[in-house]
Design a protein around this ligand. Structure first.
Ligand code: ASP
Length: 599
C-alpha cells in the first residue's frame, strides 16, 4: 500500500476495525501514559486517537512520536482497533476505535500557537483575526464554513434546476446607487478618473435581462463604504438574481421554493408555504418594524378612537393634531412587574424617542395606576376590549406621530419579547413585507430619496403621483424577513425609459445629471427592454441565522474589523510613493506628515 491518505481522521468508525489506514492532520493533544503515547489527531472531519506503542513501533519512530507537540502536522499509518472495554469515548464520533500506529511521518513542525485551537471562545477576537488561519482550524469555524458551502451549493442547484444561469458582472465599474458610499479605484491609464466597486450588480443584472439572458444569478461580492455596524462588512456577499417576463408573484413563489429547499437541506427545517405576506403599512402598524419578528405576539394596537374622548389631555390633543395613540398589552405584567420594571420601560421609551410612556394595569373592577384616573368605567371597558386585555395585564401606550409610535413600541415589543422569554429560539418565521413606499423623505437633505433604489417600479396605480406626491407612491418591492431580520429584498423594475426618466426627476436629478450617471442605462431602454424583476439576499446574514451566531465575522473566512481593517494582512496600508505617482494622486500635507512621523 502506498503511504497516501486513505481516510479523514473524523471519519473512522467501528466499521473500520482491522483495516489498515493512513490519516493526516494536526496534533490536537499528546498524552504520555506509562511509555505509550496517545495522540488526538485532528483534521476537518474531526478527531481520532492514534496510539504509539514502543512494542509495535521501531525505536526511531517512537522517538519521533515523543517529540510531537500541538499543531505539528503528521501522517500516521496503522491498524484500526476497537478500544478496550470501558475505554470508549462516547463524546467523540470516533470514540469507539483508535489507530495502532505503525508508521509516523512528521510533515511539519509548529510553534506553540498563541491560543489553543479548542479554547477559542475565551480568546480576544483581535488575536483570533490576526491568526485567522489558526482560528479557522477550530471545529466551529469549520462547521460554519461547511454550512455556508452547503447552503450556497443548494442555492446553485436549485437555481440551475429552474433555468438560471450564473453570470459574473464587473468589479471595476461605475457607481451603482444602493444608498451607501462607493469605494473608488483610481485609474492609472485614465489619469484623474475612477472606477467604483459595485454596491450591488443591480444595473448589470438589469442589462443582462435587456441582453436576453432571461434568468440570471450570481453569488456576488458587493462593496459599501459605510461606517460599520455589528452585522455589516465593507465587502459582503449577495445571492443576486433577476428574471425577465415575470410579475411579483412569480418571483415570490420561486423564492419560497428556493428557501424551503435551502432550509431543509441545511438545518433540516420544514417551512410551511405559502409564506405570510404583510404590507409595509401593516408591518409598521402591528409590529412597529419593517422587518417584524413574528415569533411572538405582543402586537401593537391602535387605540386612538377608544381614548380620544377621555379626560386625558395628552390623548385628546394628540388625536386632534392627527397623531396616534397606540399601545401594547403585556399579559400578566400588571401583576408580575415591579414598579421599577415599569419605570424601566418608560426610560427605554424615552431613549427610543418617545415623549413618555403611559400605562395602566387592568383589574377585576376596571384599572389601577398610571393613567387610570382619566378614564370613566365605560371608556376603560372599551379600551380593555380593544386591546383584548384581562385583569392582571399591563397596558402601555405612546401618543405621538404615527412613525414615532411605531418606532418606540416596535422596539419595546422586542425588548419585552426577550425579557418575558416569549421568543422561540427554534422557530424559523419567514414572511414577506410587500407594498413598500417608493420614496422616503430625507429630513437632512430636505428631499425625497429612493427607499430601495431608483430602478424599482412604482405600483402602476400610483404612477400619476410619481413627480407630484412622492410620499404616496407605493413600490412593487418586497423584502423577505426571517425572525425579525431582513434576509433579502428586491422589486419589479422600471422597464420603460420615460418612467425611469421621471423617477430620476422625482429624485431631484436634472436630465443632464441623469444622462451623465445613467445615460448608458437609459439608452438601453430604447432597444427593447423586457419587463423584469429580481431580488438579492444578504448571504452572510442568511448563514448567520442558519448557524445561530451573532457575529457576521463568524461566517466569513477572512473578515474585517469594525474599523474595516484586516488584522492578518494589515490592510489597508499606505501605498508606495511610486504607486501614487503612477496614479497621479498626491496625499494632503496633513496625511503625508502623519506617515512621515510614523515612518
Ligand atoms: N440590488 C438590490 C440590493 O442590493 C436588490 C435588488 O433590488 O435586487 O439591495
Amino acid at each position: 500500500m502506498s503511504f497516501r491518505r486513505t481516510h479523514h481522521c473524523g471519519q473512522l468508525r467501528a466499521d473500520h476495525i482491522d483495516q489498515k489506514v493512513v490519516v493526516c492532520g494536526w496534533v490536537h493533544r499528546r498524552r504520555d501514559h506509562g511509555g505509550v503515547i496517545f495522540i488526538d489527531l485532528r483534521d476537518r472531519a474531526g478527531l481520532v486517537q492514534a496510539v504509539f506503542n514502543p512494542e509495535y513501533l521501531p525505536p526511531e519512530q517512537f522517538a519521533e512520536a515523543e517529540k510531537l507537540r500541538n499543531e505539528y502536522v503528521i501522517q500516521v499509518s496503522g491498524i484500526v482497533k476497537g478500544r478496550l472495554p470501558g475505554m470508549a469515548n462516547p463524546n467523540l464520533a470516533t470514540g469507539a476505535i483508535e489507530i495502532y500506529a505503525d508508521k509516523l511521518v512528521v510533515l511539519n513542525e509548529a510553534k506553540t500557537p498563541p491560543f489553543a485551537i479548542d479554547a477559542r471562545n475565551g480568546v480576544d477576537e483581535a488575536l483570533r483575526l490576526k491568526y485567522r488561519y489558526l482560528d479557522l482550524r477550530c471545529p466551529n469555524m469549520q462547521a460554519t464554513l461547511a454550512l455556508r458551502h452547503r447552503a450556497t451549493k443548494l442555492m446553485r442547484d436549485f437555481l440551475d434546476s429552474r433555468g438560471f444561469w450564473e453570470i459574473e458582472t464587473p468589479m471595476l465599474t461605475k457607481s451603482t446607487p444602493e444608498g451607501a458610499r462607493d469605494f473608488l479605484v483610481p485609474s492609472r491609464v485614465q489619469p484623474g478618473e475612477f472606477y467604483a466597486l459595485p454596491q450591488s450588480p443591480q444595473l448589470f443584472k438589469q442589462l443582462l435581462m435587456m441582453g436576453g439572458m432571461d434568468r440570471y444569478f450570481q453569488i456576488a461580492r458587493c462593496f459599501r463604504d459605510e461606517d460599520l455596524r455589528a452585522d455589516r462588512q465593507p465587502e459582503f456577499t449577495q445571492l443576486d438574481m433577476e428574471m425577465a417576463f415575470v410579475d411579483r408573484d412569480d418571483i415570490l413563489d420561486l423564492i419560497e421554493d428556493m428557501v424551503t429547499f435551502v432550509f431543509e437541506g441545511t438545518v433540516g427545517a420544514k417551512i410551511q408555504l405559502p409564506l405570510p405576506r404583510l404590507s409595509y403599512a401593516d408591518a409598521m402598524a402591528r409590529y412597529g418594524s419593517d422587518k417584524p419578528d413574528t415569533r411572538f405576539g405582543l402586537e401593537i394596537v391602535d387605540v386612538t378612537k377608544a381614548v380620544q374622548d377621555t379626560s386625558f389631555r395628552v390623548f385628546t390633543e394628540t388625536a386632534a393634531q392627527g397623531g396616534a395613540i397606540r399601545g401594547i398589552n403585556v399579559p400578566g405584567a400588571g401583576e408580575s412587574f415591579a414598579r421599577r420594571e415599569i419605570d424601566e420601560l418608560g426610560e427605554l421609551a424615552s431613549s427610543y424617542g418617545a415623549k413618555g410612556l403611559l400605562w395602566l394595569i387592568v383589574t377585576d373592577d376596571g384599572g389601577r395606576g398610571g393613567i387610570t384616573k382619566f378614564f370613566d368605567p365605560q371608556q376603560l371597558a372599551t379600551l380593555t376590549c380593544t386591546m383584548g386585555a384581562n385583569p392582571g395585564d399591563l397596558l402601555i401606550f405612546v401618543a405621538d406621530e404615527p412613525m414615532v409610535c411605531a418606532e418606540v413600541l416596535g422596539r419595546l415589543r422586542l425588548f419585552l419579547g426577550d425579557k418575558l422569554g416569549l421568543i422561540d429560539e427554534n422557530a424559523w418565521n419567514l414572511l414577506w413585507v410587500v407594498d413598500w413606499p417608493l420614496f422616503e423623505f430625507d429630513e437632512a437633505e430636505g428631499r425625497f430619496q429612493a427607499a430601495h433604489h431608483p430602478f424599482t417600479a412604482p405600483v402602476m396605480d400610483d404612477l400619476h403621483l410619481l413627480t407630484t406626491e412622492q410620499g404616496k407612491v407605493r413600490a412593487q418591492a418586497y423584502d423577505l424577513v426571517l425572525n425579525g431580520v431582513e434576509l433579502g429584498g428586491g422589486s419589479i423594475r422600471i422597464h420603460r425609459r420615460e418612467i425611469q426618466e421621471q423617477m430620476f426627476v422625482a429624485l431631484g436629478m436634472t436630465p443632464q445629471e441623469a444622462e451623465e450617471r445613467f445615460g448608458f442605462f437609459l439608452n438601453a431602454f430604447d432597444y427593447g427592454t423586457p419587463p423584469h424583476g429580481g431580488i438579492a439576499f444578504g448571504l452572510d446574514r442568511w448563514i448567520m441565522l442558519l448557524a445561530k451566531t451573532d457575529s457576521i465575522r463568524d461566517v466569513i473566512a477572512f473578515p474585517k474589523t469594525a474599523s474595516a481593517q484586516d488584522l492578518m494582512t494589515g490592510a489597508p496600508s499606505p501605498a508606495m510613493d511610486g504607486q501614487l505617482r503612477e496614479l497621479h494622486i498626491e496625499l494632503t500635507p496633513e496625511v503625508a506628515k502623519r506617515f512621515q512621523s510614523e515612518a
